[in-house]
Design a protein around this ligand. Structure first.
Ligand code: GLN
Length: 304
């Protein structure tokens, strides 16, 4: 396995030339375009790594699965999905247009920005600080990593430039999707996106879902039902408007972020974390997708 990963990283570094590092959020453009790394964890405690698996980057949209789990724990499935849909939108992750045109005004799903901002508004807590600390504590528990924290430079950059996300927040408030304070929801959202991780952290998150919500030390933190919901939404919506193609090419639940991370879940078996900040046009790690595709073929990982 170790050998295979090194081979796949080496092979796919070439493709990183074809993508572009995200630059619409200040600081993200500082990432090394040809960085590429992977970490895989299994249930026997093995850890396989290659390339830039230790490099830190911000989790960005992958945080949407973390807040979704906590929001369902806090409010129940029925409430959460009364405010956010379960359908792929077919639009880019930051699109605003369907908020006005969809029949029930709900964002299409929790993996696009509008849906995730609505989900952030559902996290319990008296103010933004308490809400976000609950998200961070929950993420620490899931990954069994107490050192997780926010990259404050990136958080400030996101908060200062996130005007479209802010617009979506106010739109959602206007339509009654957000019931609480909009600025609190946005602060939680910008902070959750700015949590620093590496490919190992993502592999831990992936293994947690692969084991239906159980940590490596055996603690059941969410119900199997919640884990199933999250994994299913990862398949249908996790890679934005490329999710269908990824289901065909890779065939495992995946979630990407514009920081260059992808988390992959092989149910019952593996947690996979990938890092490659060079992105395709849809905002997914271009090298990451190719590594996952090769890996899936080599190890026959597709769940279909
Ligand atoms: N923080 C980013 C944003 O709101 C997250 C997007 C992403 O990773 N796709 O645009």
């Amino acid at each position: 396995m170790q050998e295979l990963l090194s081979k796949l990283v080496k092979k796919n570094i070439v493709i990183t030339k074809e993508g572009k590092v995200a630059d619409y959020i200040p600081e993200l453009d500082k990432a090394k375009k040809d960085a590429l790394g992977i970490c895989i964890l299994d249930n026997d405690g093995n850890i396989y790594t290659a390339g830039d698996w230790e490099t830190k980057f911000t989790i960005q949209s992958i945080s949407k699965i973390v807040t979704l789990m906590l929001a369902i724990l806090d409010n129940g499935e029925e409430y959460v999905f009364s405010k956010v849909g379960m359908e792929p939108s077919g639009d880019p992750f930051n699109s605003i247009r369907k908020l006005e045109t969809s029949s029930r005004k709900k964002p299409y799903n929790p993996m696009i920005n509008a849906g995730a901002i609505a989900v952030a508004s559902m996290i319990k807590g008296k103010d933004a600080r308490e809400k976000f600390n609950r998200v961070l504590d929950f993420f620490k528990k899931v990954t069994e990593d107490d050192s997780l924290d926010v990259n404050y430079k990136i958080y400030c950059g996101e908060s200062e430039t996130g005007n479209k996300n802010r617009a979506m927040g106010y739109f959602l408030k206007n339509d009654g999707i957000i019931e609480g304070n909009v600025e609190d929801a946005l602060e939680v959202y910008f902070k959750q996106c700015s949590i620093e991780v590496n490919a190992y952290t993502l592999a831990k998150l992936g293994l947690f879902l692969a084991n239906n919500g159980r940590t490596s030390s055996g603690e059941q933190i969410i119900t199997q039902k919640i884990a199933t919901i999250v994994k299913t939404l990862m398949v249908t919506c996790g890679m934005y408007d490329l999710s269908g193609e990824i289901a065909v090419r890779v065939g495992i639940p995946c979630k990407s972020g514009v920081g260059g991370g992808i988390v992959g879940v092989v149910p019952g078996k593996l947690g996979i974390g990938v890092y490659g900040p060079s992105l395709d046009k849809k905002g997914n790690s271009i090298g990451g997708i190719h590594i996952l595709e090769d890996l899936s073929k080599e190890l026959k990982l597709s769940i279909f």
